[in-house]
Design a protein around this ligand. Structure first.
Ligand code: SF4
Length: 213
C-alpha cells in the first residue's frame, strides 16, 4: 500500500479505537488473518460455547473454519442439513453462549456500531446475553459518522445482502435501496450500539483489509 494511504488508514483506525474505548467497547487493530486467529485463541477459552451471526467476513477471514477445529463448543448455524427449527434452537442458545462472533455493517470513527438485520438473530445477542461479543470487521466498514453509516448500510450492504440471499426485492434488480415494502424485505431492524455497561463485553477487531460488505 502507498505510504500516505497507509498513514491515513492508520490514523482513521486509531481514532476509531480511541472512541470505541471511550464507550466501554474494546477496539483492536489486527494486521492480518494470522494475527486475527491468534487474537481469537487468546480471547476465546477452549471448550467454551461460541455462537455466530450471519457474516461473509467470518468466512473470508477463516474464522468459521477456526471455530470448527473442535476446540470449542461451536453452535454452528451453517452446518449442512439444519432445519429452520434447528436454527431457531441455535439462535436461542446464542443468548447464553460464552462468546458470540459476528461482523458489523458499519463502525463510525466516533465509536458507534450500526447494523440492519432481518429477523434480529444477529443483532439481538450483540445487545444482550453472551458474556462477550467479538466483532470482526475489515477497515472497509469504517465510516465517518452515523449519517454515513446509514447511507453505507442502506445503499450498499443491504442490497448486496439481499442479492446474496436471492431475495425477490427491488434492490436485487436495480442495485440500490428504495425502502421497499416487499414481503421479502430484509431490512427490519435498525440498531445503533453507542456504548456498553460492562466494559469490554464488546470487542471490535478491526482487520487491515477489505472483508464482507
Ligand atoms: S428496504 Fe427493501 S429495497 Fe431497501 S435494501 Fe432492504 S430489501 Fe432492499
Amino acid at each position: 500500500m502507498e505510504n500516505n494511504i497507509a498513514w491515513y488508514r492508520e490514523k482513521q483506525v486509531e481514532r476509531t479505537i480511541k472512541n470505541l474505548n471511550k464507550r466501554n467497547m474494546e477496539g483492536y487493530y489486527i494486521k492480518d488473518k494470522e494475527q486475527l486467529l491468534i487474537k481469537l485463541e487468546e480471547l476465546i477459552g477452549e471448550h467454551t460455547t461460541v455462537g455466530v451471526g450471519d457474516s461473509i467476513t467470518l468466512f473470508e477471514t477463516g474464522v468459521i473454519e477456526f471455530l470448527r477445529s473442535g476446540k470449542f463448543e461451536f453452535l454452528d448455524k451453517f452446518e449442512d442439513g439444519l432445519s429452520g427449527e434447528d436454527k431457531k434452537e441455535i439462535y436461542i442458545k446464542n443468548f447464553s453462549a460464552n462468546s458470540f462472533l459476528c461482523s458489523t455493517n458499519a463502525i463510525t470513527e466516533e465509536g458507534e456500531l450500526y447494523n440492519i438485520d432481518g429477523n434480529g438473530s444477529r443483532v439481538a445477542p450483540m445487545l444482550y446475553g453472551p458474556k462477550q461479543v467479538i466483532i470482526v470487521a475489515g477497515i472497509n466498514k469504517i465510516v465517518k459518522n452515523l449519517d454515513e453509516a446509514q447511507i453505507r448500510v442502506r445503499q450498499y450492504a443491504a442490497p448486496l445482502d439481499a442479492k446474496r440471499l436471492n431475495k425477490d426485492t427491488p434492490c436485487t434488480k436495480i442495485g440500490y435501496c428504495v425502502n421497499c415494502s416487499s414481503p421479502n424485505r430484509i431490512c427490519n431492524d435498525f440498531v445503533t450500539i453507542t456504548g456498553q455497561f460492562i466494559k469490554g463485553r464488546i470487542k471490535v477487531l478491526i482487520v487491515d483489509g477489505c472483508f464482507g460488505y
